[in-house]
Design a protein. Structure first.
Length: 156
């Protein structure tokens, strides 16, 4: 047996050994990381919960047929004159601060109501110590009118 053939036999064994080792690694890696395997083990109810928890907070609706439909009724019904009065007008009209006519004070409102539509104009543009729209420029004219109607119906 020459040194050469010894060398080739050893070399062949090493290469075959590496090949077997390689195949074992591939199989083991597949067993550990197979997606299908792990998906199948998760209860679908648990998976639904996870999907719900990790879904994006705000999703953009790019479908024009549903985008407006969902938002419009919500905006229309969201305006509550009574609640808006409480948050935006009560500070003065609930307390009489700055000489504001108090809600429910019939004497203070009588002459103001008697002027008709001028009362809306004064609420929208401001009057005396009252800033335009009570300082809430974000209110539309119609919204101010709705709050004034709420105030009037509670003060006569
Ligand atoms: C900073 C205090 C203040 C706030 C806030 C305020 N008002 Fe007034 N408001 C007044 C005062 C003061 C007057 C009396 C003005 C005058 O007669 O000189 C008044 C008067 C009015 C009048 C009677 C106007 C008239 O023709 O005599 C209306 C209506 C009215 N306010 C509506 C509102 C509405 C609606 C809001 C909330 C969106 C509001 N106000 C918020 C101070 C305020």
């Amino acid at each position: 047996m020459s040194a050469d053939s010894d060398f080739y036999r050893t070399l062949t064994m090493v290469i075959v050994g590496l090949g077997v080792f390689f195949v074992i690694i591939i199989v083991a890696a597949n067993l550990v990381s197979s997606d299908d395997d792990t998906e199948a083990k998760v209860d679908p109810r648990v998976k639904a919960n996870i999907d719900e928890s990790i879904k994006p907070v705000g999703m953009v609706n790019t479908d024009p047929s549903t985008a407006g439909a969902a938002a419009a009724p919500a905006a229309a019904s969201a305006f509550d004159a009574g609640a808006e009065y409480q948050s935006k007008c009560f500070a003065c009209h609930g307390t009489g601060a700055a000489g504001a006519p108090k809600l429910g004070d019939k004497a203070a409102w009588k002459a103001r109501i008697a002027q008709g539509d001028g009362i809306y104009t004064n609420a929208i543009n401001g009057k005396g110590a009252m800033p335009a729209k009570g300082g809430h420029a974000s209110l539309s004219d119609d919204q101010v009118k709705a709050i004034v109607d709420h105030m009037i119906s509670n003060s006569k």
